[in-house]
Every structure is written in structure tokens, then in C-alpha cells.
Write a protein that binds this ligand. Structure first.
Ligand SMILES: O=C(O)C(=O)C[C@H](O)[C@H](O)COP(=O)(O)O
Length: 213
């Protein structure tokens, strides 16, 4: 698939809801009820980070069993991560930044990549490689909504999903910008709610997030 088509897929995934939950999952058995709660609350695109041994099994379970979910993989650092996540059934991949090796692997993969950038030079490098949809990471420590907003004028062809340090209360500052399509955040799936199986609580957080904008 061409980079243009892969970017179109990323765009349609990012347009599904104002927030992409970033999930750190310790037990793959939590994956299906968690994803059902997010989908029920109006949040279909879910990023499961490769930060725990359970992540690939969680991605596979969501891809196989949760109707309406679009499961992606986060914390992709290498070609090996990209291959493993694609095989598990991920529909999109997210990286905190990029390396030449990861970009080459993404060119050779059918799995659409949302690569991370935190400076105008990184944005320009990714634009040269055909990327128009980027993650802005780490959004708040790197400069927050003021930094991404400042890119709208010189770099209007690039649209961002800011992630990193964003909360329900700060999300609107980002979502009101012309070059922001959605935000990412871990606040929808807190560790205590995952551990205790509080799926109604996660659905309520999803519902609040889906109503943003
Ligand atoms: O590793 C990745 O690929 C990531 O996606 C990193 C996440 O964007 C942040 O960890 C978001 O976490 P919060 O700041 O708690 O919302």
C-alpha cells in the first residue's frame, strides 16, 4: 500500500473520536472488557502500548473479539515491533519518535504508522517521507497547545494527534486548534480501574471524552 493510502487510513482512524486512549495493560484478560467499555462509551480507536508482556495478546484479543473497536499498537520502536503488532492484528501503529530504521520498516509494511515528532525539523523530515498525520509527543512537556498551534501557520499541511500529559480538562485547548484532529491520553484507562475491573467506570470516562470538542 502507498504511503498516501496508509495516511488516509490513519486519518480516518483519528477522526473516529476526539480522544485515542493510550493503554498500558498488565493482564491480557482485561483487554476485551476494557475495549468493549471504551467502544460503548463512544471511543472506538484504542492504542495498546508495547510496554508490557501482555500487550500483543491484548491486541489480538481486541482485534478478534471486540466489534466496533479499531485496535492500534503504541510504543513501536523497531521493525520487529511493527511486524509483531501487525501479525497480532493491529490496525495502526504509533511511535513516540522516529528512527531511519523504523521509517524504512514502515515503508515496507502494510501497517499504517502515526509517527511522533516534537520539533519543526522532525515534522519537516516526516513531511518529506510522505507523512501528513503525526503524533505530537510529548505534547505538554514539549510546549503544549501553544507549540502545536504555532506550527499551523508555517506547516498547514500537517495535522497532529498531541499526546503526553493531556487530561480531560486540558484536551479542549488542543482540540480547538485547526491542525489538531484528536488527542491521545492514558486517563481513560487508569491502572486502578483496569485492576478492579471497573468497566462501567471506564465507559463513563470514555463517554466524557467522546463528548469533548
Ligand atoms: O509510548 C508511546 O508510544 C506513547 O504513546 C506514549 C504516550 O503517548 C504517553 O505515555 C501518554 O501518556 P499520558 O501522558 O499519561 O497521557
Amino acid at each position: 500500500m502507498s504511503i498516501e493510502n496508509k495516511q488516509k487510513q490513519v486519518e480516518s482512524t483519528l477522526r473516529l473520536a476526539p480522544v485515542v486512549p493510550v493503554v498500558i495493560i498488565d493482564d491480557a484478560r482485561q483487554a476485551v472488557p476494557m475495549a468493549r467499555a471504551l467502544v460503548a462509551g463512544g471511543i472506538p480507536a484504542i492504542e495498546v502500548t508495547l510496554r508490557t508482556p501482555a500487550a500483543l495478546d491484548a491486541i489480538k484479543a481486541i482485534a478478534d473479539e471486540v466489534e466496533g473497536a479499531v485496535v492500534g499498537v503504541g510504543t513501536v520502536l523497531s521493525a520487529k515491533d511493527l511486524r509483531a503488532a501487525h501479525k497480532a492484528g493491529a490496525k495502526f501503529a504509533v511511535s513516540p519518535g522516529v528512527s531511519p530504521g523504523l521509517l524504512d520498516a514502515a515503508d515496507d509494511s502494510e501497517l499504517p504508522l502515526l509517527p511522533g515528532a516534537a520539533t519543526a525539523s522532525e515534522v519537516m523530515t516526516l513531511l518529506e517521507r510522505g507523512y501528513r498525520f503525526l503524533k505530537f509527543f510529548p505534547a505538554v512537556p514539549a510546549g503544549g497547545h501553544k507549540l502545536v498551534g504555532a506550527w499551523a501557520s508555517p506547516l498547514p499541511q500537517v495535522t497532529f494527534c498531541p499526546t503526553g500529559g493531556i487530561s480531560l480538562s486540558s484536551a479542549p485547548d488542543f482540540l480547538s486548534l485547526p491542525n489538531v484532529v484528536c488527542v491521545g491520553g492514558s486517563w481513560l484507562t487508569p491502572a486502578d480501574k483496569l485492576r478492579s475491573g471497573d468497566w462501567a467506570g471506564i465507559e463513563a470516562l470514555a463517554r466524557e471524552a467522546a463528548a469533548l470538542r
